[in-house]
Write a protein that binds this ligand. Structure first.
Ligand SMILES: *Cc1c(COP(=O)(O)O)cnc(C)c1O
Length: 453
């Protein structure tokens, strides 16, 4: 039998680090990454023959679990007819229509489909610059928007200063067009607009950040952010690549509109990915018609893609959105309640303080005593919780590798980093949820037993 360890050796011989996306290498938890043989519903089976409950779900796309039969059928039927005809196909129109319909009231009239979230945000920024005639972009530290140059920016030496490269190979001249400010900090955004008056094209934000662990926006944060952008002639880009159609039928934007404390705002450009491809490479951006009209072929902002709107890929997205009913979201919300309650019980039993970082069906846990660590927020249980990247990073992340490996040994596939959300799906049924609950006690013991390095 070729084991995961064998495959990882072979992979490392032909692929940098043995992976095609860095988090898969288990760098922050140690050990050998598992190679998947098969995945079905809530379950994933590795080439070593271990069957585990999966809490990664493709990093978000698999709202319905792995290989939902109707999604698979849509892909197979389409592939048998065509794979890449090179011209337009009906599926692209149907997917765009489904997205526009779900986002009624958001301002999205039109959608352009691309293949990855990285392309969606990159294009959104080019579009914002083309539409405003301005160059500078504001982003929040800890928000991830894919790996294009200008978005791999690290905060400069002071607030409202131009950013530094966040990766080797990114020119300073490019990140000097980006200003990085702390999340949940509207004063920092106001300071950036004051310092760079008339030069900021857009602020880009995750609708709710979930790439530094989950960090919910403070009530009214997105609404006030939109108002600040609009008062200053800039656009708000709401990145829903992860949250879109996952946290609710109209994404996190839609969830906020249901809440009087949070609702009453529109972004100017929204980006999507993950769920709209249902596990296949589809992403997109949407906006009002007059903004979208700046894109080629109508306008002067260039964008294109050989695989954009690929019929096989959009078939998976259409089927996923069709099946993602209100009931699906209610089911995953309830499953999230149950797993959060079980984890809190076990952490309390072993005396480990944790904050629950959550937006509906996306959640993560931040380890540590928030009062001692200087966290400035509260979670839904009134526990001190982190509100930005700086605070999140102060947590006892050294407890996570032991927790992760104990869960893995007990048959649960968690994200291999404490700074990632846990992903449930509508396929997580009683068996799957009970398996997670059964794994938690030993993992909480393991997390509590780790001593500070
Ligand atoms: C995943 C993600 C991206 C990037 O999408 P890719 O398809 O991985 O390029 C962008 N923004 C957010 C919020 C994401 O979670």
């Amino acid at each position: 039998m070729t084991t995961s360890a064998d495959w990882f050796d072979r992979a490392r011989a032909v692929t940098p680090g043995g992976v095609n996306s860095p988090v898969r290498a288990f760098g922050s938890v140690g050990g050998t990454p598992t190679f998947t043989a098969e995945a079905d519903g809530a379950w994933i089976t590795d080439v070593d023959g271990n069957r585990r409950v999966d809490l990664i779900c493709g990093w978000g796309p698999l709202l319905l679990g792995h290989s939902h039969p109707e999604v698979v059928a849509a892909v197979q039927d389409t592939a048998a007819k065509m794979m890449c005809p090179g011209g337009s196909t009906p599926g692209e129109v149907e997917l765009a229509e489904a997205i526009v319909k779900r986002l009624e009231g958001s301002g999205v009239d039109e959608v352009r489909l691309v293949s990855t979230g990285t392309e969606a945000t990159m294009t959104a920024i080019r579009l914002a610059r083309g539409a405003t005639g301005r160059d500078l972009i504001v982003k929040f530290a800890g928000c991830y928007h894919g790996h294009s140059d200008g978005l791999l920016a690290a905060a400069g030496s002071g607030l409202a200063t131009l950013a530094l490269p966040g990766s080797a190979g990114v020119p300073e001249a490019i990140t000097a067009q980006t200003i990085v400010v702390p999340y949940n900090d509207l004063d920092a955004v106001r300071a950036a607009f004051a310092e760079h008056e008339g030069r900021i094209a857009a602020v880009i934000t995750e609708a709710s950040p979930a790439n530094m662990g989950v960090v919910p926006p403070a009530p009214g944060f997105n609404r006030d952010l939109a108002a600040i952008c609009h008062d200053n002639g800039a656009l708000l880009i709401c990145d829903e690549v992860l949250t879109g159609f996952r946290t609710g039928p109209a994404g996190w934007w839609g969830r906020e509109q249901e809440d009087p404390e949070r609702g009453g705002w529109q972004a100017d450009i929204y980006t999507f990915g993950k769920v709209i491809g249902g596990g296949m490479p589809v992403a997109g951006l949407g906006a009002r018609r007059e903004i979208m009209d700046h894109l080629a072929p109508l306008g002067a902002v260039y964008q294109a893609g050989t695989l954009s709107g690929n019929p096989v890929a959009v078939a998976a997205g259409i089927a996923t959105l069709r099946l993602a009913t209100d009931e699906v979201y209610a089911t995953i919300d309830a499953a999230s309640d149950r797993i959060i309650a079980a984890a809190r019980r076990e952490f309390a039993r072993v005396g480990l303080p944790v904050a629950v970082q959550r937006v509906r069906n996306l959640f993560s846990f931040a380890f540590g005593d928030g009062e001692a660590l200087g966290w400035t927020g509260r979670d839904e249980f009134g526990v001190s919780a982190p509100t930005n990247e700086d605070e999140v990073k102060r947590q006892e992340s050294w407890r996570y590798p032991a927790f992760f490996h104990a869960m893995l040994d007990a048959g649960v596939n968690l994200p291999p980093s404490v700074f990632e959300a846990w992903f449930l799906s509508s396929a997580h049924d009683e068996d799957a949820l009970a398996a997670i609950e059964a794994a938690l006690p030993a993992a909480a013991d393991a997390a509590a037993a780790v001593t500070r390095p």
